[in-house]
Design a protein around this ligand. Sequence first.
Ligand code: UDP
Length: 370
Amino acid sequence: MSKQVPRILLTGGAGYIGSHTFVKLRQAGIEPVILDNFANSHPAVIERLARITGAPVCLERGDVLDRAFVEDVLRRHAPAGVIHLAGDKAVGESVAHPLKYFRGNIAGAISLLEAMEAVYLPVGPLGPPTLVFSSTATVYGDAGTGPIAEDFPRRHSNPYGHTKLVIEDMLEAVQAARPEWRIGVLRYFNPVGAHPSALIGEDPTGTPNNLMPYLTQVAIGRRSHLRIFGGDYPTPDGTGVRDYIHIEDLADGHVAALRTLQRTGESFTVNLGTGRGYSVLEVVNAFVDATGCPVPYRIVERRPGDVAQCYADPSRAMQLLGWEAKRTLEQMCADAWRWQSRNPQGYASGMASAASSQATEKENGLLVIG
Ligand code: UDP
């Protein structure tokens, strides 16, 4: 066995999914290099990752849209693959600012793919271009009742989902043109929860759009009550049903995807979900049971664009990756709450001044490039 630790480039590695994936990669003996511009993440994440994993973090601060920068990063670190998570993900914002999304997400992917082709094709000592891409269950639109399998028709209902769909199509065309590519597309369902250390977690800027961070902010007293969007859906209790997946399971899914691409050389598209749907009210009740915190709520109008239910058929991920989600809704709630209660203001909680945070960086041996 080679003694050299394989490297992976992790774009968006300082974000919610990226930071948890970073920890899992390192635990799997893979050295991730984070590429992030902190547009939607907090620099404090880096120091927390160093604390969790007990080693300095390699960060390339910059934008995935900057093709020359990405190519330079690839040449300097020579990663065995790339996990591409960088991008914007707020549905509402994408409706208000579609060009930001089309440009940021699609041009970002093009920039990365071009840089990868320049570095990895024709195939040389670095091996074939290998990419894990973060897609979303949003590409299924309203799939009706029952579990959703990967061969279900795709449709978009907002610019965010549209960008993911376009990138999926682009990846398919790139693969058809150059079969050397190895591409794993991961369609996420609803990631929630946090690392059990409570050092990293979800820290949305502004008012949270998603259920769990909104719910934990109500529980901590930052918001008066949860608004449940719609109580008249054709579901058992009338509230929307989703497939919530613990962020730790989702992060494990990325490691499994990477390993599978490297082992088989075959591209794939898989759902990352649990296969089990829970209603909003079930989540609220599970949260109250797991944490003992009261969560006042009001049932209000449906949110435009929401579907009644959406949960995965996760069997292909099991078959191809040998991966399945293991953590319960109770763990998701307990871990989300531990993160929120220990970091009431997210990463801004207890932030030191700029000067002392520089000192912390030095103490932790943080390796920052760029
Ligand atoms: N939801 C809610 N109140 C909120 C946020 C979300 O009732 O403040 C509901 C939403 O209508 C959906 C579920 O919670 O049924 C999950 O929504 P989220 O935005 O977290 O994820 P989505 O499935 O829409 O991507």
